[in-house]
Design a protein around this ligand. Structure first.
Ligand code: B16
Ligand code: MG
Length: 223
């Protein structure tokens, strides 16, 4: 098991970890589901966390029994429609939308010389980071368009460690979604989950919320 002293880098998810765009994603998908006549549920919305844009659309269509009703071109248009609505909300974001404690945590990581990269499934991640004024913290971002498979596949976290030139076991992956924790574990990194301990039971350590995520608390858990 990795010790705290072995850790050299952190690979971050964005949505639900640094900021809460999941609400904005949920609202935009809910709007689209309504327009398609697909019944929305909280469960459906939660299941989309960390899932790529096109995979999210497929899940919504499947939930409504409409997975065979649209051509690929039509699906691209539906996804673009959702994204237009989502981006309009993202553009209203400010640094006040950084989740509690996360700015301090990022500052402490920088001060202690840890390397940081971003492993977000979101193609809008650079835009979101810009709105939060955190772009300087993440010069290394995995390009989600380069991925063959989304979370829970380890690819995005493997690439996140590669960007840092670190072996995976020297990295902590930070996630709010079960699919993301599975991806971190499969990549051989130490998994830090933020949220419900039952939902994120596969994580090496779980914190109930972002304000509990500090280097001191991580050291306590990792030893
Ligand atoms: P976009 P993460 C994920 O971000 C979101 O959790 C997920 O709900 C969204 O569908 C996905 O990004 C794609 O986002 O449509 O902006 O490309 O949690 O991996 O940071
Ligand atoms: Mg997330």
């Amino acid at each position: 098991m990795t010790k705290f002293a072995d850790i050299k880098g952190f690979v971050f998810d964005l949505d639900g970890v640094i900021t809460d765009t999941s609400i904005l994603h949920g609202t935009a998908w809910h709007q689209l589901a309504d327009s398609l006549g697909v019944a929305w549920s909280e469960e459906l919305g939660n299941g989309l966390k960390g899932i790529s844009r096109m995979d999210s659309l497929e899940m919504i269509l499947k939930a409504g029994g409409k997975e065979n009703d649209y051509t690929e071109a039509e699906k691209e248009k539906l996804a673009a429609q959702k994204n237009t609505n989502y981006v309009a909300e993202v553009d209203k974001m400010t640094p006040a939308n950084i989740l509690p404690g996360m700015k301090d945590f990022l500052d402490s990581l920088r001060a202690k010389g840890y390397q940081l990269s971003l492993a977000s499934a979101s193609k809008n991640a650079p835009r979101v980071l810009g709105k939060l004024q955190l772009a300087d913290y993440f010069p290394k971002i995995v390009d989600p368009a380069s991925l063959k498979k989304g979370k829970p596949d380890p690819e995005i976290y493997t690439k996140g460690a590669e960007l840092l030139n670190l072996p995976p076991e020297q990295c902590i992956g930070v996630e709010d979604a079960a699919a993301g924790v599975a991806a971190i574990n499969a990549a051989g990194e130490v998994s830090l989950g933020i949220g419900d301990a039952t939902e994120l039971g596969a994580a090496d350590m779980v914190f109930a919320n972002t304000s509990l995520v500090t280097l001191a608390n991580i050291e306590k858990k990792l030893g």
